[in-house]
Design a protein around this ligand. Structure first.
Ligand SMILES: Nc1ncnc2c1ncn2[C@@H]1O[C@H](COP(=O)(O)OP(=O)(O)OP(=O)(O)O)[C@@H](O)[C@H]1O
Ligand SMILES: [Mg+2]
Length: 253
């Protein structure tokens, strides 16, 4: 089982869209996938038409009073399950703070699922917090969507430095450009140059496309409702790079 997380300290950069589409693509290839919507806003749960509710709230999960698998819901798609958001997740930081070894908590909560899933994707809220630290410690691959600007690259370097200071397990930081606007010269230039100069960038980039925005109207991954779109092509290319980079073996069946 590999754990991916879509993470950026910034909001509205494409974390949830990426988690949802890569989750769908992986599941459609036969991987058993669990997506955990860690954001109290519940956008990923909304997109999969699942109520953002966990019995007992985040507290029961974090304290281990309710096993994680009891909260898991099936989605409309084969091989793809969701651990929904809950509004109490806004307090996850406090709950983690009370836990033993908070930075390791998510990893240990997910450990019993090892034989049930090939891939877990953590969709994180935008922040840098104890929760994000716990996510960083659990993840094998950190997918970091960046809007192509010079400042966003600085943010990435700060994140890489932060992760580099961890003892023991460190996630592989893998950035990609998101919401690339073809009409902006700086966007296309940065999105073209950086992946060639640096080893921590995906070659695939996700363009700004209205069909991706349509996900919130259709309440489904764009990769499911528009399989032949440019959006799907790019998400598929990103998925392939991420899968290869993480060394995820071909699905069993
Ligand atoms: N490539 C894209 N092109 C156009 N719109 C996009 C693209 N990616 C995401 N969006 C839209 O931008 C908004 C924010 O995207 P998304 O929810 O994926 O970002 P996020 O980083 O998860 O946000 P948050 O920090 O609030 O969790 C959504 O309305 C989504 O439909
Ligand atoms: Mg989100």
């Amino acid at each position: 089982m590999k754990i991916f997380a879509t993470y950026n300290i910034k909001g509205g950069v494409g974390k949830t869209s990426t988690a949802v589409n890569l989750g769908f693509l992986a599941a459609s290839q036969g991987y058993r996938v669990l997506l955990w919507d860690l954001d109290p806003q519940g956008a990923a749960s909304f997109l999969f038409r699942i109520k953002p509710r966990v019995k007992g709230g985040g507290k029961a999960l974090i304290q281990g009073r309710r096993p994680v698998d009891a909260a898991i819901k099936g989605t409309d798609f084969d091989n793809l399950d969701l651990l929904p958001a809950d509004f109490t997740y806004r307090n996850l930081d406090l709950l983690l703070d009370e836990a033993k070894r908070p930075a390791r908590r998510l990893a240990s909560l997910l450990a019993p699922l090892e034989s049930d899933y090939d891939l877990v994707i953590l969709d994180c809220p935008p922040s840098i917090s104890l929760l994000s630290e716990s996510v960083l410690h659990a993840a094998d691959l950190l997918l970091v969507p960046l809007i192509p600007t010079t400042l966003s690259v600085r943010t990435l370097d700060q994140l890489t430095d932060f992760v580099g200071g961890f003892n023991g397990h460190r996630p592989d930081v893998f950035a990609f450009f998101s919401m690339v606007d073809r009409r902006k010269r700086l966007h296309t230039q940065i999105a073209h140059d950086l992946p060639q100069e640096r080893g921590d960038f995906a070659t695939a980039a996700i363009p700004a496309l209205s069909v991706i925005e349509q996900m919130s109207v259709r309440r489904a991954p764009v990769t499911a409702f528009a399989p032949r779109s440019q959006a799907t092509q790019q998400y598929a290319a990103l998925w392939q790079e991420a899968r290869d980079r993480a060394g995820l073996a071909a699905p069993a069946s």
